[in-house]
Design a protein around this ligand. Sequence first.
Ligand code: ZN
Length: 95
Amino acid sequence: MNIRETLQRKTRYIMWFGFISWLGLMVSLFLKLSTLFIVFFLPFPAVALAQSLFVRCPRCGGNVGLLVAQALAPGRFKTKVSNCPFCGVSFDAEV
Ligand SMILES: [Zn+2]
């Protein structure tokens, strides 16, 4: 498994957590359940924080979370990233 796959797998787990929280938030808004709204609203800042704190370059520990999230973004938001901006290791290298 290479660095790109490792980072993308972590990012996908975090994004699915955010998506499920968003779905719960929409359901709580639709059903007008304020307690459930708070429970599902709190994960949004946690998702951004987790993406910044836990998705790091395995070689240098640089924060590449937001960069990897942009690489997985759809359409015009997508960014092509091939190297770590901090240490220069290729994301196609083995972990
Ligand atoms: Zn690095």
